[in-house]
Every structure is written in C-alpha cells, then in structure tokens.
Design a protein around this ligand. Structure first.
Ligand SMILES: Cc1cc2nc3c(=O)[nH]c(=O)nc-3n(C[C@H](O)[C@H](O)[C@H](O)COP(=O)(O)O)c2cc1C
Length: 388
C-alpha cells in the first residue's frame, strides 16, 4: 500500500509564538511578537488562510533565546476561545502534569471550543526546568516509559467510564470523567500529537500517538525518521499520521529567499545556539544509540530549534509548493510551519502557496488514478476508542 494519502488534502499548522524571540535564534529583524494580542490576531489570520491547526510551545524557564514564555495550556485555551475553526494543540510535559488533571482540563477546553482541543505530548529536554522545580528528571528512555503510560491514561479517561490503569508511574482506579470530550464525527477523543526522535520516542509514538511530529528533515531524512514509528505502529496494528516541521521563507525570487536565510544564520545568536546544543546532548546524542533529535544537527540547523531549515521550504511560492507536495508523496499528512514575520507570512502562505499546493495535489492524484477531494478530511482509522 502506498504511504501517501493522495485523496485528501494536506493539512497545515503553524507554531504559536508564545515565547519571546521568534522561531529563530538570531538578531535579524523579526516582526513576530510573543504577546497575546499579536497571537490572537495571528490565529484569526491563520484560520482564514486555510490553516487547520496551531501548535503551542511549553517552556517554563529562559533558555535558548526564549527569555519570556507564556504557559501553553492557558494560552492555547485563550486562542481556542478567540477563534472559530482553528484546532489548537497544547504542548504538555508528562513530568509536570498528572494525566487525570490534564485530561479534565482538555475536556473543558474541548467543550469551550466545540471539539477543537488537542495535545502535543513532549517528553522534554531542558533538565533545569525539572531539577529547579524540584521534580525528578528521568533518564532519557525512562521518560518515554512514563510518556507511554501517560498517553494511555489520557485516552482511557477520555473514552471509558470507570477507567483503571495500574503501572509504574500512575495508578488510576475506577475513574469516570464527566462530561466526556465533545463527540466529533471521525474523532474518538481530542487528538494526541507526539514529538521526539530517538529510537525510544519512535517506538512509543508507534504504539500510542495519533500523530507523530518529525523535526525538519530532507526527503530521505524524513523517510528514515519515520521508519521506526511505522515499524512499531505496524506491530501494534496502528496507523498514526505524520507531521513535519519546516521553516518557510517565500520571496519573489529564489535569490532573495537564499539571501534571507544567509542573513538569519549570519546574525545567529552564537552563544545561545551553542548553549542549546550543549543542553540537548541529553535529549539527543546521549541516548544509548546516539539517535536522538539534534544528534546530527549542524550549527545552521540549530538556529531554527526544530531543524526547520532542513526541510528547505526556501524559494519562490511555486518552488515551495512543489517541495511540499514531494513530502506529501512520501507520507507527510501535516506540515507544521514557522516564519520570520508570522502574521504577514502566514497570510501570504494562504494566498500565494496554498492554491498552488492544492493544484499540484490534484495533479498528483490524477496521475495516480485517485480521486482528490479538496473538501475531505483525513480518514481517522486509528482514532477508534481503543486507539488502534
Ligand atoms: C514538533 C515538536 C514540538 C516540541 N515542542 C516542545 C515543547 O514545546 N517543549 C519542550 O520542552 N520540548 C518540545 N519538543 C521536544 C521534545 O520534548 C523532545 O525533547 C525532543 O523531541 C527530543 O526527543 P528525543 O530525545 O527522543 O530525540 C518538541 C518536539 C517536536 C518534534
């Protein structure tokens, strides 16, 4: 079976800039702001431009340029309340939350937003946040053991009455959350996204995530990155979907776009980028097989902290649209995007790039003899109650 789903349109998300400094650690001029008024306007621009999701960031302490941070779940809820269609994905660390408290919070957010709440479960890399809060900092692979239990509790409490789960980290006993999440056709519960790159992350994602987020990658890198998730998902009889991060620099000419990335990197905040590289050793190269996220990232890659330049969405709108559809053909279902000047560039993405993507998607489907329905949404085979 083909890995690509050619009959349904690609989905688009943007990173919510809820921490200061934008999405690149550079002194280049950025008109992006981390405050709420800016973000409320951005969310409305994004939903009008055709974006289906927004992803917030969870950060409790300054690091890597993000000197100020707004808390992710409250910020996401406020964005849901300020919009009509946008699904907002709140990033959460299992080590900071009890899954029952989070499950309840998200149910309330889901009711306030008429079924648009989602979560991104991140296992964390910034050790100081945990240690200085007096929380336990688990070793790398053990963090994923806890994450897996955490996600199972979430799904259980969202879909079952009298739910019980006994494990190493949580002990849930005959619990019913009432009301349950909103009943949305095609969705068994609020969607569960998952970020991580290591072998442990991939196998966990395959077993329990609805969506796997990959950091920025070239075409081969993306295929390699998701191979472990696919294998683990197949063994569990599941079909998660795949999101890919990419930093978009669309300009009138390719030369101008290249000049912009050159300037971003030339003006990188070197001590912050190098400090980040040191901090993520724990998350990346220090895993047993050295295959963590960022293990092979260059200095340039790390200027966008989720390797967004590696996806090479840099050039004219036509070039970027073509590149996006190449990723669709190798299995990307959702493109997670970031920009220098979010409001302006999200709007421009909607007018200049998205229509070309839709045309190219229709062409690709026609060539493969598949019906492309621009109005359809992805089938959700894995979002059954059992998560299988
Ligand atoms: C799309 C995406 C979003 C992430 N968002 C956050 C976040 O908001 N806060 C955070 O501490 N880590 C975040 N992470 C990092 C993960 O927590 C994790 O540390 C990282 O993916 C490294 O995983 P690995 O050690 O398994 O490679 C994110 C990762 C991805 C891929």
């Amino acid at each position: 079976m083909s890995v690509a789903d050619l009959s349904t349109p690609l989905k688009f998300a943007y990173w919510v800039p809820n921490v200061s400094g934008g999405l690149v650690v550079s002194t280049i001029e950025q008109r992006t702001s981390w405050d709420f008024d800016y973000n409320r306007k951005l969310a409305r621009i994004a939903e009008d431009a055709g974006f289906e999701y927004a992803l917030s960031q969870t950060r409790y302490a300054a690091s890597y340029g993000a000197d100020k941070q707004h808390e992710a779940t409250s910020f996401s809820l406020a964005l849901l309340a300020a919009t009509e269609k946008l699904k907002v994905i709140a990033a959460v660390h299992p080590g900071m939350w009890h899954p029952g408290v989070l499950a309840k919070f998200i149910i309330t957010a889901d009711h306030i937003s008429n079924g648009r709440a989602a979560v991104n479960i991140v296992s964390g890399w910034l050790k100081d946040e945990f240690v200085n809060f007096g929380l336990e900092w688990l070793e790398h692979d053990e963090r994923y053991v806890r994450t897996e239990e955490f996600i199972r509790v979430l799904r259980g409490l969202w879909t079952e009455e009298g739910y019980s789960q006994a494990g190493k980290y949580y002990d849930i006993n005959d619990f019913t959350l009432s009301p349950p999440p909103v009943d949305v056709p095609g969705r068994a519960h609020p969607e569960i996204f998952f970020g991580g790159n290591s072998t442990a992350a991939q196998s966990t994602a395959g077993r329990v995530a609805d969506w796997y987020f990959s950091n920025g990658k070239d075409l081969e890198g993306f295929k390699e990155n998701i191979a472990g998730v696919r294998a683990s998902a197949a063994a569990a009889g599941r079909r998660p979907r795949y999101g890919l991060n990419g930093f978009v620099i669309a300009r009138d000419s390719e030369k101008e776009a290249r000049e912009t990335i050159r300037e971003i990197v030339a003006k990188a905040h070197r001590p912050a980028v190098e400090g980040f590289r040191d901090a993520v050793q724990e998350a990346g190269a220090s895993t047993r097989d050295g295959k963590g996220m960022w293990a092979d990232s260059s200095f340039e890659d790390l200027v966008q902290y989720n390797d967004g330049f590696r996806t090479r969405l840099i050039g004219t709108p036509e070039q970027i649209a073509e590149r996006i559809v190449e990723y669709k053909l190798i299995g990307v279902n959702l493109l997670l995007t970031c920009y220098l000047h979010f409001q302006e560039e999200v709007a421009a993405f909607g007018t200049d790039i998205l229509p070309i993507v839709r045309e190219l998607e229709a062409d690709a489907a026609r060539k493969a003899g598949v019906d492309f329905d621009p109005e359809s949404t992805l089938p959700t085979p894995l979002l059954s109650k059992a998560g299988a």
